[in-house]
Design a protein. Structure first.
Length: 441
């Protein structure tokens, strides 16, 4: 199905896009530094604001740089010449990451007192493989817990359990092979010279290396790299334009975390208007079938209370984390990491702890929904000036910046998703600017 013809209503100039491209790259570097080397450097209250401004700055500068730009595509000849070098860069990046992370995993035995993520996932997998009910209370932890992880957080590890493979190798392997591979496939089709191509080819590996270099334990006890893989696939599918890829990626993201839920209606609306109704309905249908087939029928139907139980467990976990304040500290450990708005709410809401958590949850929901609404308004007013793929990608980045800034327990590994996803924004922002108005057909 051909895409609708859209005239970009204003001819971009060379100067303006280039200036905003530089601003976007600077904002990206600052965001990365405030997550890594400079994390917490301005204190628990101002560091999060600097981190937020850098993330939003990347998105805003990207919107300014991409305004009026057609979707850039390399020629078939360029793609053919790049393939070998692209996969060589992919291999080099993978080796860089493996050299760093292999010793970390080998020297970090799974410890439930450090993180309960992997022991919980192991229990899900054991129950699933033995035919037991997966979503019932866990009794093999130091504390009782009702399962609150969606199926695609643990289903990928079912084969690994049977083979005796550490789940962390699976998670890392998925990111390096599938996530980075999807990035490379998108990059192959982007315009630009050899220097730009080479720098962008190594970008995901360098960013991953940097965040782990700052915090060696970032992924040592969790499986977050699988979730990052899902979002890499989502970003790649947004740019690729395939309805099947977009629907599949949305299923992966929605059935692993709720993070993206407020952005999905915006994305479907953009697809409805720009890619056509059939395209949008196909994506929505794939998502619906995926949710029913992977979650509703096998798990939710046998216990319709699991969703409510999961939300209650998250609230309980939040209260527990907010209750633990080390001697001499003014904030709970994870609230003082310089990445979220929670120190402000914790300190300046003069309410009982449970009431503070209630307000934090409300603020989070309102901020996420508000961000999606504002982005929808921006699209309604200025969408005709953008290629919809660029706009949808940058909207996803801006939405996630806000979502994770207001998350109640801002674990470092959770926030890393937004940082890693920035590489896709940089990928398209540094494309050579067009010099004349272009019709997209």
């Amino acid at each position: 199905m051909s895409e609708p013809t859209i005239l970009l209503t204003q001819a971009p100039t060379i100067g303006t896009p280039r200036r905003w491209r530089i601003v976007a790259v600077i904002a990206f570097v600052l965001e990365l530094l405030f997550f890594s080397n400079w994390r917490g450097s301005l204190g628990p209250y101002w560091s999060p604001l600097a981190f937020l401004v850098a993330g939003l700055g990347l998105g805003v500068a990207a919107l300014a740089a991409l305004r009026g730009q057609p979707y850039g595509q390399a020629t078939d000849g360029q793609v053919a010449r790049r393939v070998g070098w692209g996969w060589l860069a992919w291999l080099a990046g993978g080796l860089l990451v493996l050299k760093q992370q292999i010793p970390i995993v080998l020297n970090s035995p799974i410890n439930v007192h450090w993180s309960d993520v992997i022991p919980i996932v192991q229990t899900y997998v054991d129950r699933f493989r033995s035919g037991e009910v997966v979503y019932r209370y866990l009794t093999n932890l130091p504390y009782p817990l009702f399962p609150n992880h969606l199926p695609l957080q643990w289903l990928p590890y079912v084969p690994a359990q049977g083979l005796g493979i550490d789940f962390r190798w699976v998670s890392l392997g998925l990111l390096l092979v599938v996530g980075f591979g999807a990035y490379q496939l998108v990059l192959l089709r982007q315009p630009g010279g050899w220097l730009s191509f080479g720098l962008r080819a190594m970008l995901p590996a360098v960013v991953l290396w940097q965040v782990v270099h700052r915090d060696e334990n970032l992924f040592s006890q969790v499986l977050e790299q699988t979730i990052i893989t899902y979002y890499f696939l989502l970003a790649a599918s947004v740019l690729a334009g395939s309805a099947w890829a977009q629907g599949g990626a949305l299923v992966l993201c929605l059935l692993s975390r709720y993070s993206v839920v407020f952005w999905v209606p915006l994305f479907l609306w953009i697809l409805w208007r720009e890619a056509g109704r059939r395209h949008a309905l196909l994506v929505a249908g794939i998502v619906l079938v995926g949710i029913i087939g992977i979650y509703i029928v096998p798990f939710f139907a046998e216990n319709p209370t699991i969703f409510i139980h999961a939300l209650a467990e998250y609230r309980t976990a939040t209260i527990g984390e907010w209750s633990r304040v080390a001697d001499g500290a003014s904030l709970p450990t994870h609230l003082g990491n310089g990445l979220s708005a929670m120190p402000w709410l914790y300190t300046y809401l003069h309410l009982p702890l449970e009431a503070k958590v209630t307000w934090a949850q409300r603020v989070h929901a309102l901020a996420a929904a508000g961000a999606a609404t504002l982005l929808a308004g921006f699209y309604w007013r200025y969408g005709h000036r953008y290629d919809y793929r660029y706009l949808a990608l940058v909207a996803l980045k801006l939405y996630l910046v806000v979502f994770y800034f207001f998350i109640q327990i801002p674990y470092n590994y959770l926030v890393s998703l937004s940082i890693l996803l920035s590489v896709f924004v940089v990928l398209v922002v540094v494309n050579p600017p067009a010099t004349a108005p272009v019709a997209r057909t």
